[in-house]
Structures are given as C-alpha cells and as structure tokens.
Ligand binder design. Structure first.
Ligand code: ADP
Ligand code: 5GP
Length: 203
C-alpha cells in the first residue's frame, strides 16, 4: 500500500520516559523508524554515535543551520539539537512512519510546516517522580538535573496544544496507550483509502 509516511512527534520533560516508551514500541510496528537527531550535547556512557544521536561540534551544527540542512532545531538545556531534513524526506518517500523525540520548540517549528504530523506529549505523574527518575537514571550531574527540572515547568505548559497526552505512571499502561494511539492513526481513512483504491480498482 503506497501512502505518505506519518510523523509522530513525541515530547516530554527530560526524565518523563520518552526514550523508554519509544524503545518499547519501535519494534512492535512494521514500517516505523526512529529519527536520529544531531546534537552538540556530550555523549553519555552507553550511548552510541549514529544510533542514539549524531554527536557533532557546535561549529558543525552551526554550518548545518547555515546550509538549511535542518528541518527544525533548538537549544535545549544548554545544547543544540536538530533534525536533518534528509532524514524526514527519505523516510516519507519510502512510505515509512517516523518517531521524532524532540522538544516543544522543535515541535512548534514542525507544526508550522505542511506535514502529516501527530503530536504526542508524555507527562510524568508528578514533579517529584520526575526528579526521582532523573536521579535514578544516573546519567546526569546534579547541576544538569536541576536545570532539567527547572525547565520541566515550562515544558509541561506546552502539553496543551498536543494531539495526545500520555501520563507515564505505570509503564505497561503508558506503552499500551502509545500503541493504541499509533494503531488508531494507521486505521485513519486517509491512511487506508489509498490501499482500497489499489485493491478494489476504485477510480
Ligand atoms: P527521557 O527519555 O524522557 O529523558 P527516560 O526514558 O530516560 O526519559 O526515563 C528516565 C528514567 O525513568 C529511566 O531510568 C527509566 O528507566 C525510568 N522510567 C521510565 N518510565 C518509567 C515508568 N513508567 N516507571 C518507572 N520508571 C520509569
Ligand atoms: P537528551 O539530552 O536527554 O537526550 O534530550 C534532551 C531534550 O532534547 C529532550 O527534550 C529531547 O526531546 C530534545 N531533543 C532531542 N533531539 C532533538 C531534536 O532533534 N530537536 C529538538 N528540537 N529537540 C530534540
């Protein structure tokens, strides 16, 4: 079935569980891939360049901005992050759906473009749980954690304009909800009708 690829933008305050949720569902759906962003953030223990992110210098990132290679970019928690236009055009032309784990500033930039995007916000159950998760993850310094918690209040306010909000309290429940959102998009009339046209020779 030939149809245009859908983009799923997933945003959340750092520590809410986006990465955990995306990893849990990415292999459950055929034709669903994850966009790999470019960032100037230092690589964390356990991360792999080209898998988790493309880790680049500020100079390289700024050259990409100047060359208009990024479809969206933002400064988040003091580092630059962005999505290459090529990542999206390649995926869409192959009819693949793509998950984009990006912040609300990047999400707003995509909202202004004429693309087929579903906006999903992952909320933590409380600020206290968010802080515990960031500390429990053990990947960031105390300073980085406090900056991320300060930014969380601003990020939570942005949830108001997203299409779906999933509260990641109990992990299995949140995974089930994210699966349900993606399954529902795949049954949308505009997603399935191209198949009907082809299969039933509808003019
Ligand atoms: P994000 O990508 O949003 O920054 P992560 O996926 O890295 O967040 O999750 C932050 C931490 O919280 C990780 O240690 C992860 O294992 C844990 N976590 C994620 N979701 C849950 C959940 N529903 N219940 C308990 N712990 C969770
Ligand atoms: P982290 O450093 O924890 O991997 O990510 C920090 C924040 O940057 C998260 O909110 C994440 O969604 C956001 N982010 C990651 N990649 C991109 C991107 O390509 N563009 C934008 N705008 N934000 C991104």
């Amino acid at each position: 079935m030939k149809r245009e690829g859908l983009l799923y933008v997933i945003s959340a305050p750092s520590g809410a569980g986006k990465t955990t949720l995306c990893n849990a569902i990415i292999d459950l759906f055929s034709e669903l891939g994850q966009s790999i962003s470019f960032t100037t953030r230092p690589i964390r223990a356990g991360e792999v360049d080209g898998v988790d992110y493309y880790f680049v210098t500020q100079d390289v990132f700024k050259q990409m901005i100047a060359a208009e290679e990024l479809v969206e970019w933002a400064q988040v928690h003091g580092n630059y992050y962005g999505t290459a236009l090529k990542t999206l055009t390649d995926a869409r032309s192959n009819g693949r759906d793509v998950l984009l784990d990006i912040d609300f500033q990047g999400a707003l930039q995509l909202k202004k473009l004429d693309l087929n995007v579903v906006f999903i916000f992952i909320a933590p159950p409380s600020f206290a749980v968010l802080e515990n998760r960031l500390r429990g993850r053990g990947t960031d310094s105390a300073e980085v954690i406090s900056r991320r918690i300060e930014n969380a209040a601003v990020e939570m306010a942005q949830a108001r304009w997203y299409d779906y909000i999933i509260v990641n309290g109990e992990l299995d429940q949140a995974i089930a909800e994210l699966k349900a959102v993606i399954s529902a998009q795949r049954c949308r009339g505009d997603m399935v009708f191209p198949w009907i046209e082809q299969q039933f020779n509808v003019e």
